[in-house]
Design a protein around this ligand. Sequence first.
Ligand SMILES: NC(=O)c1ccc[n+]([C@@H]2O[C@H](COP(=O)([O-])OP(=O)(O)OC[C@H]3O[C@@H](n4cnc5c(N)ncnc54)[C@H](OP(=O)(O)O)[C@@H]3O)[C@@H](O)[C@H]2O)c1
Length: 281
Amino acid sequence: MPSAMRTTTMPSGEAIPVLGQGTWKMGEDRRRHAEEVAALKFGLDLGITLIDTAEMYASGGAEDVVAEAIAGRRDEVFLVSKVLPSNASRTGVPQACEQSLKRLRTDRLDLYLLHWRGGVPLAETVEALEALRKAGKIRHWGVSNFDTDDMQELALLPDGNQVQTNQVLYNLSRRGIEFDLMPWSLQRGIPTMAYSPVEQGVLARNGKLDAIAARHAVTPAQVALAFVMHQQGVIAIPKASKQEHVRQNFEALDIKLTGEDIADLDRAFPPPTRKRGLEMI
Ligand SMILES: NC(=O)c1ccc[n+]([C@@H]2O[C@H](COP(=O)([O-])OP(=O)(O)OC[C@H]3O[C@@H](n4cnc5c(N)ncnc54)[C@H](OP(=O)(O)O)[C@@H]3O)[C@@H](O)[C@H]2O)c1
């Protein structure tokens, strides 16, 4: 069992865990509610304190699940939620945030992300996020699904340098960001938060991972996760509603991929050799 969570550092200087718990698809089916709450609680017990959610997930239902899981232990948690682009205006952002806080039964978010770019000018959204930060409703803000050109545009805006993370699709079968977005972010000390790190479960069934998994006596999903967390400045947020998966994901922190492992992974899942547009799920 890993004894401690590893962290990386946000531009603010604050440490952030390299492993968190995703919540997409939670809160959709009442019959799975207890299992989902229990999985998140189990993760917290292990020390996976970062929880990623969004107002979009199950139209607020995932935030309700999270609220139940973190009840009575809010201070242990690094809570991330996201605002929809349709709510990303000067008046929309504070309203959406208030709704999320209400559903999550808390008075603050640790990190609030713009879920993806929409029609509202970025400068207006940043202004609204900064106002929330100054009011103490959110401790930090960031973005999601931003490609390099979006990040460059953001960096030029007033207070654009307050961005603390960019949450994007990243896993062994989606390595495009290694070409430019990841190095760009790393150079500026902005952590990349990797969503769908096991490709929504698909990598757990990928035979190309079997040999490496066998070498470490772990599962293919754990190898996929270890690969993501092996990258400097990258945070993985797998979603798991089964406690066994949560435990395996935590234990993946301890997998030390060797040079041979990385070479094998590069052969099976080649890194990009040219710029590719950012992929989204
Ligand atoms: N910003 C965005 O636009 C965006 C987009 C997508 C996702 N996200 C965030 O990122 C999180 C993770 O992404 P995701 O949910 O799309 O996909 P994911 O984490 O790659 O995959 C989740 C699936 O993998 C399974 N799984 C988890 N751990 C496993 C393990 N150790 N062994 C085998 N299977 C395992 C889960 O099963 P069980 O649930 O049955 O345990 C679930 O079916 C989301 O939940 C969400 O918080 C953000």
